[in-house]
Ligand binder design. Sequence first.
Ligand code: GLU
Length: 450
Amino acid sequence: MTYIHDTIVRLQKTSPAQAEFYQAVEEVLDSLQPILETSEQYKRHAIIERIVEPERQIMFRVPWVDDQGNVQVNKGYRIEFNSALGPYKGGLRFHPSVNAGIIKFLGFEQIFKNALTGLPIGGGKGGANFDPKGKSDGEIMRFCQSFINELYRHIGPTTDVPAGDIGVGAREIGYMFGQYKRLTGNYDGVFTGKSLLWGGSLVRKEATGYGCVYFAQYMLEAKGDTLAGKRCLVSGAGNVAIYTIEKLYQLGARPVTCSDSSGTVYHETGINLETLKELKEVRKVRLNEYVTAHPEAKFIPAADYPADGNAVWRIPAELAFPCATQNELSEADAQALVANGVIGVSEGANMPSTQDAVEVFLDAKICYGPGKAANAGGVATSQLEMAQNASMQRWSFEEVDEKLKVIMKNIFLSASGTAAEFGEPHNLVLGANIAGFRRVADAMIEQGVV
Ligand code: GLU
């Protein structure tokens, strides 16, 4: 299709060196072919041209002073991508790999993910190329305060509501909220993922991981299968991976791996959740320490990974949950998973499978839940946090968890129903992209040329 090619060429020219962004755009546009071919109105309203261009991009300097008294400078970003369905909503990522292209790909994905939840939230994303690894608590606080000294003027509970992502959890949200409150004098729901002590929602911390497992459950259920007794591979060791593992155990499955940048843990009898939480949530150390507590488990150092992929995906299992980061699962990894008999993949991370890997899953016709559908439970629960803040209410754990389950079920039904409507019932990439896109595009048309 020439419009895909033309769009990518135009973006390469006008927004150079943003490989991950072009990748995300190409995947969405590829799925949209069946509706763009038949619908004149999307063309007439220049929806594609408008939807790939952020409404606003904010880039700023973040100067701060480290513990040795040296001045450090990072780059801060907030991309307010699309507000057709509600205030910009999406996380902040603090990681050395962050650049404009990474934040743009994440923001673009967020538009369709948020639309799929059926909730009134637009798409945005932000962050900084700051590396929280090895930083003291004081350094983290000063960085967060400096970041907000610029960002505060752009955000608000009805305009743009940031949350966490890689490198940003309740502690960072606390420091950012404190500075926002000091500068504006407002105590409002401008962030989600807040501490339970002061406005946070129960289940928010667990929501992305739990939701990703619920999504796998609904995919299996549609085939008359369940999670019970299934051997599962999980990558990552952050918030998403930990609560994916927790929910897998609750539903009777056996997660046998987790990973971080140091390597992969393979524990045949099942990952010990208590040890994992102790290492990652309390002590915040590398995963190689896992085998000290469990010598029977195996640790595969990152240096020993195959050249064409990631050791975690070479271990035989029935289900896979990529919960680490973008492009962590290569074509060769996908082929190994399929050869080893994987029946389902549910993505907790954003765009963890490369485009070629996705093709392998679709060709094999296994259950494949793309990130923008399978990991939408996090942002959906953020919207539930916003609803509680706005109505000054607090819902119980069970109440929020029940709402999360219903939202994940609806996302699955919407993606699979749309996939069936276009004659490819197993293709949830197509289903999720079209379902999300239609909601945003139709709202954009109704709101005129803005
Ligand atoms: N960072 C998460 C995501 O990728 C959550 C965003 C939010 O809660 O706003 O969807």
